[in-house]
Write a protein that binds this ligand. Structure first.
Ligand SMILES: [Zn+2]
Length: 101
């Protein structure tokens, strides 16, 4: 009798295999689109706020761009402010935005 060989293969994902899935549901911390249970990725907070790509996204996205313009703050000030406020360990990021990290 052959031994049943169970091989636990890592699920092949082209998109960001580095981050584990966020178990809960909520909204993406980048684009605010709703994410279903287990759909978002957990990006560690320091990585999240340190991302240059995210910073560029904030600076170029029409919504955040106009928000910054209205508040009269720079992207750097925004990042610094949000980072100081953020007491969470992870940010939930949807599959569309995870390439920023
Ligand atoms: Zn997103």
């Amino acid at each position: 009798m052959k031994l049943l060989q169970r091989r636990k293969q890592a699920t092949t994902q082209d998109k960001s295999p580095t981050y584990s899935h966020y178990a809960g549901s909520g909204v993406c911390d980048v684009c605010n689109s709703p994410v279903g249970s287990g759909e978002a990725f957990q990006v560690p907070t320091p990585v999240f706020w340190a991302s240059k790509k995210y910073k560029k996204w904030v600076a170029t996205n029409p919504i955040t761009k106009s928000q910054l313009a209205m508040s009269g703050i720079t992207v750097d000030q925004f990042i610094a402010f949000q980072r100081a406020r953020d007491k969470t360990k992870y940010s939930a990021v949807c599959a569309t935005c995870v390439h920023l990290f």
